[in-house]
Design a binder for this molecule. Sequence first.
Ligand code: NAI
Ligand code: MG
Length: 500
Amino acid sequence: MAAVNREAAPASQEAGRDVGSDGPGWRYAPAPEARDIVSIEPEYGLFVSGAFRPAADGRTFATINPATEEPLAKVAEAGPADVDAAVAAARSAHEEVWGPMRGSERAKYLYRIARQLQERAREFAVLESLDNGKPIKESRDVDIPLAAAHFFYYAGWADKLEYAGFGPDPRPLGVAGQVIPWNFPLLMAAWKLAPALAAGNTCVLKPAETTPLTALLLAEVCQQAGLPPGVVNVITGAGGTGAALVSHPGVNKVAFTGSTEVGKEIARAVAGTDKKLTLELGGKAANIVFDDAPIEQAVEGIVNGIFFNQGHVCCAGSRLLVQESVADAVVERLQRRLATLRLGDPLDKNTDIGAINSAQQLVKISELAQSGEAEGARRWSPPCQLPDRGYWFPPTVFTGVSQSHRIAREEIFGPVLSVLTFRTPDEAVAKANNTPYGLSAGIWTDKGSRILWLAQRLRAGVVWANTYNRFDPASPFGGYQESGYGREGGRHGLAAYLDV
Ligand code: NAI
Ligand code: MG
């Protein structure tokens, strides 16, 4: 498909400016990233056994740019025969090539993929922002560098598995079936593929149906890196394709990131088989601000916690718990800060808030926000002009939220913050832990002792102190309760792909 220039997207161009009226009021000139670094094909096949091919029954679906609703490409929809073929390709690659290969040899391929991701970083970043709707500064500075870092990190483990603490000769599991979501498409692919490959497994990856393009470009990078055919297979499709993959008898290990609802379905599908399973599901994290916190920094952390990636983040700090004595001051400064955020064209380097990923997700966010009003919370957004086309939601803050409100309990997965207050540290712990989830939490305070005291009591897999949403391939990530089980990242992430 020919590159579409900015003139073709007046709606998003129009909105590439500050959303507020009481911010500094600067007008930023548009600073668009060049779209023509990416050439999008009209149609993409499935990546099976090292080559691209159409689905056996010829079915396709469209992926669109959520900022403009413009169709980007048609993508093959894998049916049962394609899932069979991909699993068979992964099986023979595992038995004949990848399993027997020395770890130091596997590492070379992973390093090569990592370097290719760096070399083609701009291309990946633009493609990710087009297919997903996220601001280019996030895909450029977070998603793509972290994806490359994951491959570098696990490349380093490939020849050191016997020193990883899992016994003298840890064995791979075989074929991994991996299903990933749309919020960090390439990064989630890297989180799944890099440890699996380092440990000697082969993979069948299914990207989300709204964001398949960077996984397919990664497949091209695998070709470029000379990865033996069948070691990585990418099959595109929707939930049905994912269900066929996870229940396929030829799969030894299932890894899933996505909604808690689908996670539970997958747990049922895998129960009673000898497949190993890791689930990384939803969250409703508390971001806890004490009265001794550095308020300006905390406000930046709150903004980063919930408005990064339009709030499409499983570990988003979606519940702000703020100590009562500073609550008014914090909310006031937060509102002033939000009035300076710029919402609009994801490819504009000034944009802070991009598009909501899909019409379906926009409906979910809107519906939950309405429930907040209906249940009596106060809704606030900065003055904000939304583009006419595409899927958009303004940054939104609810105050006067009580723990029973749906917006305090359910994952909204959008740019919506619920503010609750507390008086004592004990009350903060009780409220933070009052959730069926347990993925992450944030603490803002001047006192190191209080950070340690709280971190021990919070039922969350990741606890950030005086920062938020920081990621590193060396540190394990995962949840408690309905946020799932198993850890990704770090040495712990290897355990999920080894027979330990
Ligand atoms: P989803 O869980 O349906 O989709 C995630 C992935 O699972 C996609 O690749 C999808 O095709 C696949 N899938 C869907 N049904 C499946 C099945 N039965 N078997 C195997 N694979 C299946 O998430 P969806 O519908 O896109 O989003 C709904 C909500 O889920 C969001 O509003 C958000 O609250 C939550 N979510 C959480 C994520 C996280 O990172 N924790 C990521 C995406 C969504
Ligand atoms: Mg898309």
